[in-house]
Design a binder for this molecule. Structure first.
Ligand code: 5GP
Ligand code: ZN
Length: 139
């Protein structure tokens, strides 16, 4: 499967960088975002490297959306958020910071006032790991 040796998400797929892994199949990987905008913030990526929506293959984007739907169900069951955004960013003005196509599964709380360009604030790794374990139990 096509990989970019300089890409941080390709390194996560290869197991060269650790992650809180939730789910994996032949085409996709889902793992916790380490700078969560809210508790339960998950990233879903295709294993095939491509930079963005303009470059991703039809098979890879299809597989990513299907995995995102599966993850959304598990996050909903686990954390019972008031809402969920499925989000995908392209280019600097859209605040894309990692150029390996990915979807955010982002739980929302009533009144959380989250802005779409939320910035990167490091999360508490113990808390992220504990939430990952709870979501995995619902997959
Ligand atoms: P983007 O801003 O490109 O839409 O989203 C990239 C996301 O990747 C950000 O939310 C950021 O927190 C996350 N991220 C960046 N580096 C890492 C990493 O090494 N591990 C994990 N789990 N997430 C990362
Ligand atoms: Zn990559």
């Amino acid at each position: 499967m096509a990989a970019d040796p300089d890409c941080i998400f390709c390194k996560i797929i290869a197991g060269e960088i650790p992650c809180f892994r939730l789910y994996e199949d032949d085409a996709t990987l889902a793992f916790m975002d380490i700078n969560p905008a809210n508790d339960g913030h998950v990233l879903v990526i295709p294993k095939e490297h491509s930079a963005d929506v303009h470059a991703v293959s039809a098979d890879a984007i299809t597989a990513t959306v299907l995995t995102a739907q599966k993850i959304a169900a598990a996050v909903q069951k686990t954390l019972e958020p008031d809402g969920l955004n499925l989000l995908q960013c392209n280019g600097p003005a859209a605040a894309q910071s990692v150029f390996h196509f990915h979807m955010h599964v982002l739980p929302r709380k009533n009144g959380d006032a989250l802005k779409m360009n939320w910035g990167l604030n490091p999360g508490d790794m113990d808390r992220i790991g504990e939430i990952a374990e709870r979501i995995r139990a619902n997959l």
